[in-house]
Design a protein around this ligand. Structure first.
Ligand SMILES: [Zn+2]
Ligand SMILES: [Zn+2]
Length: 201
């Protein structure tokens, strides 16, 4: 006769429960971090405050590092501090710190590895969601400079056709200006003056 597995003792059960909760905190942190990274990328790094460091990532890199890598340093210090506070007894900061580290590793693999190929081997996703992630971030780099960019997330990517449509909408929203500050019409018709009185007045 097969022996039925003995039910877990209460102490074991609560340990298992604790591990499960800790795992969930780590997972939740990774998910929340995608939102935080999106917001920081869109409104801080592409804003007046953070562009100073981030600009280097939108320009040709000279050497191995770029000033933008300082953001990774800041987040690593933050993760380390959270883990240290957690080890000192502040629950659940250790798990939050570990979640931040896990996010950092995933970010590095997708962003620095798969998209920008900053590792010594060549690895290209052939299809599926990972390919879409790579395409989405390449579209982030499709615009020169700070404004009009799309796709600010790193682990979640909207469908590529949506991003294409958004890129086109952004491009037509900021028609290139002529040297006199006038807006140049897209179809080549005479430019409309943006500043100054209309001609003839
Ligand atoms: Zn950017
Ligand atoms: Zn990038």
């Amino acid at each position: 006769m097969r022996r039925r597995p003995s039910p877990a003792r209460p102490a074991d059960a609560s340990r298992t429960m604790m591990l499960l909760i800790e795992g969930l905190v780590v997972l939740a942190t990774v998910l929340v971090m995608e939102g935080v990274a999106y917001a920081v990328h869109r409104w801080v790094m592409h804003g007046p405050l953070g562009w100073g460091w981030h600009r280097s990532h939108h320009e040709e890199r000279e050497g191995v590092f770029e000033r933008n890598d300082l953001y990774a340093v800041v987040f690593s210090i933050l993760a380390g501090a959270l883990i240290a506070f957690g080890m000192a007894g502040v629950w659940p900061l250790r798990q939050v710190g570990v979640g931040l580290m896990v996010y950092g590793v995933l970010y590095f693999v997708v962003h620095d590895g798969l998209v920008h190929q900053r590792w010594p081997f060549r690895l290209m996703p052939r299809g599926g969601y990972v390919k879409r992630l790579v395409q989405a971030h390449k579209m982030h780099h499709a615009v020169d400079g700070r404004d009009g960019c799309v796709s600010f997330g790193f682990l979640y990517a909207p469908p590529v056709r949506l991003l294409k449509a958004r890129l086109q909408a952004n491009a037509s929203a900021r028609k290139p200006r002529g040297p006199d500050g006038s807006f140049r019409a897209v179809d080549g018709r005479p430019a409309e003056r943006a500043v100054g009185p209309p001609p003839g007045n």
